[in-house]
Design a protein. Sequence first.
Lengths: 338, 524
Amino acid sequence: MLRYFFKKFFHVIPTLVGISILSFAVIRFIPGDPVLIMLGERGANPEVYAEMKSKLMLDRPMHEQYWYFLKNAVKGDFGQSIVSKRTVIEEFSDRFPATLELGIVALFFAVIIGIPMGIFAALKRNSFFDYALMTSSLIGYSMPIFWWGLVLILIFSVKLGWTPVSGRISINYDIEMWSGLMLIDTLKNEITSEYGFAPFWSAFKHLLLPSIAMGTIPLAVIARMTRSSMLEVLGEDYIRTAKAKGLPWRRIVGLHALRNAMVPIITVIGLLFGSIITGAILTETIFSWPGIGKWIVASITARDYPVIQGGILFIAGMIIFINMAVDMIYALINPRMR
Amino acid sequence: MKFMITAFFFLMSAAQAKTFVYCSEGSPSAFNPQITTDGTSHNAAGLTIYNRLVEFKLGTTEIVPALAESWKISKDKKTYTFKLRKGVKFHTTKYFSPTREFNADDVLFSINRQLLKDHPYHMVGGGSYEYFTGMEMDKIIKAVAKVDDYSVKITLTEADAPFLANMAMSFMSVLSKEYADMLAKENRKDEIDQYPIGTGPFVFQKYQKDTLIRYERNENYFEGAPKIEKLVFSITPDASVRYQKLKTGECHLIIEPSPNDIEAMKASETISVMEAPGFNVGYLAMNVTKKPFQNIWVRKAINHALNKDAYIQAIYQGHAVKAVNPMPPTIWGYNKKIKGYDYNPELAKKYLKKAGLAKGFETEMWTLPVTRPYNPNGKKMGEMMQADLAAVGIKVKLVTFDWPTYLSKSKVGDHSMIQMGWTGDNGDPDNFLNVLLGCSGVQSGSNYSRWCNKEFNRNIKIAKSNPDIKKRTAYYLNAQEIFNKEVPWVPIAHSIVFRAMNSNVSGYVMDPLGGDIFKTVDIK
């Protein structure tokens, strides 16, 4: 097991180096000069322009810039944002908890609805429910997040007035961030003693629409995956044996079928975490959610090189780490994998 | 009993705290207007937290005293002596309590940080002051000297009339030297740009990344404390989401409503819409260093070929004024006599014949890839222009890039025809005519037609060196005549700018320069 872990781990390093070269090079190959962008429609005085370029080290050859970046990155220094002049790590860690919170809630929503939906559809195969559920999951899968988010706002916030339009918590509560996760921070003693549970409730209501918008595609994937995986398992010989043994149907489905069907579902959920980040880019923009999706997009538009390099590397590292964890769980469950 | 009393007072104070929520479009890049160029930071710091020696009178571009009570200009127009206001207090916050009032040291610190390369604060935050150098203040200002605690003398390298207007811009805000010294002593210089201390109407409380900015009113503000007690900037990048938040009452006022929503907003009883002529110009620049645009008849022909009225209806939804001159009619020095070029395809064909291009020609047009107040839809406008030009025999290929590429390529003159625009910084004609059409703009890249006319340049240069507005006006009127004869652009439109707010908001005045100012705002 340990050997397997180290083997996996050594694969990660070249992958990360590859990603860092790619994100470094791609952003520099797209035309657009961060200094000129900062100036907008206005012009740049040639001397000042040259000076600014050299301050950002953009006048050096590309391999030199990369070497400089890599050397510092190994030491844990990913440079400073050109726009805000704060370090990339500070900027990232300010925003990451917001995306994490939204991602976890969205995935939770997708799992608790998607899995029962899939099981139900598999059990009632070819019934009206099966078709209805599978059609709606297909619609969910093809829904443009941007449009879907606005529809949710129009119905639940504007027409019904149940949820707020956007943001993370009502402006009436000034929450000092501690864990960065609003649902946890609003439960701290000094908050509950001052306001009671109202801030928690407010944070929860703010989370609802964005997590539905962001969780819809994963929900559809999970439901379809659960259905097909369940159908496959239900056709296995041991289910027939269990049936012949006279085990109660509920026990067969709940214990024997579902447990075996879960293996591929867990893999899919692990992989979906990567697509959650992609979903975050659009969801965060619509719901004014202060996470990393919105941050990366704004940085690409501003050609904020250090942020893009660092940000992409962090996100990639995270996805690699999650995939590795999924692989490890897999290996634990199934010794043939090692 | 004690609990009840506390609860009562708590409820009282909660009911009384007047909080005003402004839904802005983006996150400020820093809380110091010296190092930022974006409009968001201008609103979030320059107009709320800070003051300048002189400022624009609310709702106009007239320059009035602010931190300076008065000023004198020497005979050679090269020395400005500002007499400072007494009794102005810097903000007291959790992170700083001032022990002295505002004085000349603060002015020197604020200007010298940007001007002097060896100033201890110059390199803090990267050491680039884009606006300061962009407005050429580094070349104009020779030295800043303290005469006494309440007077400051600024010497210029040459007479420069727009200097005073530049002094009213956000980047000339006055920061506290006492605060800077404290940070320097504690080795925390970087914090000066993130935790601001100013003299302005609102005191900075807290910034939650990409979410909101909190302010409290400055009870000691020298013009009197604002009426609202708390001010919140709620950062909402999407225009349609801002509109929904206005409907549900989550915002009191929103920035830049989408033109498509204006009619519905006007019809609503709970929303009121304000409009003002924008301080901008949208135009089509023709690169005169490329064939066939070096030929004046080609440029005239294109000016006659384009149907601007149709663009104003279709692209601006009628919310714009047709442009004739390269600056908006609300600016002083605007030449009303010039009639411009009317839509006349027949005349356009005739002029093309004169240019020896009776059969027309093929060329490229770059269409604006972003939504800007001066041009809400570059692509659609490009398609309409393409059809108009095809009618006179000019075949146009439409090209576009993403905004960063568009800017980088056009500043070095890769384009033939290009859609561009400009929003004024300081209300001075020089800020349009010199920046966009002066010879120095060819090198720096802000002159997108790359047109350098000696006579035009001479006029704007003389006007720049003379603080007498009457005399300057005469030169600017001339310069516009020359522009109209030479037409390096097709001036298209000056758009109208909108703000939408809850109808219980009162006292809001639109700033012609596009900022949002809350010191006079109240909620009913």
